[in-house]
Ligand binder design. Structure first.
Ligand SMILES: C[S@@+](CC[C@H](N)C(=O)[O-])C[C@H]1O[C@@H](n2cnc3c(N)ncnc32)[C@H](O)[C@@H]1O
Length: 711
């Protein structure tokens, strides 16, 4: 390193700029980890913002000519120097500099042949535009679907849900090399030398935001992946979540196995569970296929264990206080009395008339010890946790219900029927085909078959529309159930939501237990590679309504979720078939749930008077307040109070606002629009204690500036 520093100093004498450039690269190299996952983080990521009008100062890229595949297109970025009108056409004057010393290049283009681009560090100003909703769930909170580049949606969600998400389920592109995802708007294929580092850079940026959204005290991140990236993903997760417990499950999703040339067929994939805080899988009632029937644990019967200790520390000398007689009536096998520990060296219990003494002595006459002290024994005997087996001829054995088994009775897993004549608890036997368990890390579950319960199930809902590799609905439901079964109000996020399986699974979970969980689904509106070709041949290109209509969000995600709720296909026919496994009912019944569809918008970068831009951020406030009930969509004079939140637009009307809140007990959040620190503090002081105050600056958009490269 010092040799390099010396060389840099020499270069500095000759060429300061070159030395500075070299030093920057050198510092970057030095910052790299010596161990762990190393990859090219600096590959810049750009995101196209289709639908965003071209304005002065924007960075833009050319759209391909209609009908062309765009292979030879100049993909560089240009800056808009000016926009002028020529009749009805808006023409942009563009400029760029290839290097610092080069002369600037200039060109002109119709604005409609350009798409605005945000680079990783460019701030953007998000809004949400509602594009429709379905309401069948009464007062329940709304599920939301956000059509957006997920990097931007995640940043917008930081405003609404930082630290509030209970579970994230994602199924990102697997980076198979078969055009399954784009980086900087180009498909990443198997020939791309940087394909792993591009994928890791893309994932790392999103996972860092996901981490800020998760509740650090108790939440889970679930990520599915296959063998192409699972090793790298595992390391990345460890780096982004060093404090979490991470487990990996192997799940059989394709029992028929996909052939792999020169290798074993691929039949499973992996599910990473990243557990934050006290998050842990719940014990659930599961079908027998989840848990082996071998062994003593999952037999459907409560397990009585021997009181005499086995395994380690089994000698009398290991626990002299636990070598004491238990006196029983030999005819009724009722425990009569519990004696005190025998003095060292003594092996005969004092006689008790009409009773037989049992000591922890094995058949070979060696002396052991009981697992419980005399006091513990007496207490637990009263609870019915002791039973005597055997007989006078063979000898008697003492059985007990250890704490784990006793808990199963207390929790209702086993139903108590009463007491036997000897006082021991009697319980009902359970169906041995259903077990109450936390399963192991290898899942071979018939309902997780992605072909049957992903693709085929989707084709029942959307008939002719095709989506590549949806997850089995029941697989997503099961993965989530372990973490949200005990959280009926959980907020669940999927930011690679594809066909919307996660939202569908959350609605099923709600139906099973009457929960009010809500799911936020984010997906882009990408048109599949095959369909793109056909559309280009028709002279269409991105941003054209006919092109966008075939994008994943518009063509698959939204119609699927709408159909699942209404029970009707997009053509208005009742969906044929029944849901299976946990919760069987006709798909045509639909769900009593609400959903609203949004598109993330990119607002003008200059501060806008609040009355003009409030509508763009109104859904963000409503989301932050729980996505429930009426939304305040327009700014008004004074204030407005809806079901769960209120907005004070004018501090002068604070008194009226505060009294309106007093008579609206369901309000949990108050947004206060003001640039005045003292005024804000004064209103906060008088708010009802259960209402959280959130400040909004009068220039609304500055509240929501995202993508500032802070992360
Ligand atoms: C593998 S699929 C998810 C499938 C989903 N689990 C299901 O069951 O249908 C990944 C999805 O993420 C979307 N996607 C990929 N990159 C994205 C990005 N940067 N922003 C938003 N969505 C993205 C793709 O359009 C694709 O539909």
């Amino acid at each position: 390193m010092s040799r390099l520093s010396e060389l840099l100093r020499q270069v500095e004498r000759e060429d300061q700029q070159l030395a500075a450039d070299l030093r920057r690269e050198f510092d970057l190299l030095r910052k790299r980890r010596a161990f762990g996952l190393n990859f090219e983080r600096h590959v810049p990521e750009t995101v196209e913002l289709p639908g965003r009008p071209v304005r002065r100062g924007d960075k833009v890229r050319f759209l391909p000519d209609r009908g062309a595949d765009g292979k030879d297109l100049d993909r560089g970025l240009w800056t808009v120097a000016r926009v002028r009108r020529e009749g009805k056409v808006r023409v942009a004057e563009l400029v760029r500099r290839v290097s610092q010393d080069a002369e600037p290049e200039t060109v002109e283009r119709d604005c409609e042949d350009l798409v605005v681009v945000a680079e990783f560090r460019d701030p953007i100003y998000p809004g949400l535009k509602s594009t429709g909703k379905v309401e069948r769930g009464g007062e329940k909170p709304f599920h939301t679907v956000i059509k957006s580049e997920n990097y931007h949606a995640l940043q917008a969600l930081l405003y609404t849900h930082e630290g509030k998400i209970d579970a994230i389920y994602i199924d990102p592109p697997y980076n198979t090399g078969a055009k399954d995802w784009k980086y900087n708007n180009d498909y990443v294929d198997g020939e791309d030398a940087y394909r792993h580092s591009k994928w890791l850079a893309m994932m790392e940026r999103r996972l860092k935001l996901a981490k800020r959204l998760l509740n650090s005290d108790n939440s889970v991140l679930i990520v599915t992946i296959d063998e192409k990236e699972h090793l790298r993903l595992g390391l990345l997760l460890e780096q982004v979540f060093p404090e979490a417990r991470i487990q990996i499950i192997s799940a059989l999703i394709n029992p028929a196995a996909v052939a792999r040339v020169g290798g074993f067929g691929r039949s499973d994939e992996y599910i990473f569970f990243v557990l934050l805080g006290k998050s842990a899988p719940c014990k659930l009632r599961l079908d027998r296929e989840w848990v082996s029937g071998k062994g003593r644990t999952h037999t459907g019967k409560i397990r009585w264990d021997l009181l005499r200790r086995s395994g380690t520390n089994t000698e009398r000398a290991h626990s002299p206080g636990c070598f004491y007689p238990i006196y029983i009536d030999p005819n009724t096998k009722v425990v009569k009395k519990v004696g005190e520990p025998l003095p060292p060296g003594e092996s005969e219990a004092p006689a008790e008339s009409g009773a037989v003494a049992i000591l922890p002595i094995r058949q070979d006459q060696s002396e052991g010890n009981w697992q419980w002290s005399p006091k513990t024994f007496r207490d637990r005997h009263k609870q019915g946790r002791v039973k005597i087996g055997g007989n006078k001829k063979r000898g008697f054995t003492v059985y007990i219900l250890k704490p784990g088994e006793y808990k199963k009775i207390q929790s209702g897993e086993f139903k108590e029927l009463g007491r036997a004549p000897d006082g021991s608890i009697q319980v009902e036997e359970n169906d041995p085909n259903v077990v109450s368990a936390i399963p192991g890390s290898q899942w071979k579950i018939a309902s997780h078959d992605a072909t049957q319960y992903g693709s085929r199930l989707l084709s029942k809902i959307l008939s002719a529309r095709k989506f590549p590799f949806p997850k089995s609905l029941y697989a997503v439901e099961d993965a989530l159930r372990f973490f949200v079964a005990d959280k009926p109000d959980a907020v669940i996020l999927d930011f690679f939501s594809g066909s919307g399986t996660t939202c569908h699974a959350v609605m099923r979970l709600n139906k099973q237990d009457g929960g009010r969980r809500q799911c936020i689904s984010v997906t882009n509106n990408e048109v599949s590679a095959d369909e793109q070709k056909a559309l280009r041949e028709k002279g269409l290109r991105p941003d054209d309504p006919d092109w966008e209509a075939l994008g994943i969000c518009d063509y698959i995600t939204q119609p699927r979720i709408k159909a699942a709720i209404t029970g009707k296909t997009p053509e208005g026919e009742p969906i044929k078939g029944d849901y299976k496994f946990t919760g069987e009912f006709p798909m045509a019944d639909g769900f009593e749930e609400n959903v609203e569809f949004f598109t993330l918008t990119y607002e003008a970068p200059r501060p806008v008077a609040h009355h003009r831009s409030f509508h763009a951020i109104a859904p963000l406030l409503w989301l932050r307040a729980g996505a429930q009930g009426r939304r305040i969509d327009q700014a008004v004079e004074g204030f407005n109070v809806a079901g769960t939140y209120g907005v004070l637009f004018d501090l002068d009307t604070a008194e009226g606002f505060l009294s309106a809140l007093q008579s609206a007990p369901s309000v949990r959040m108050a947004f206060i629009v003001t640039d005045d620190d003292r005024g804000f503090a004064a209103v906060c002081r008088d708010l009802p204690p259960e209402v959280e105050a959130v400040r909004l600056y009068a220039s609304y958009l500055t509240n929501f500036t995202i993508n500032t490269g802070r992360d």
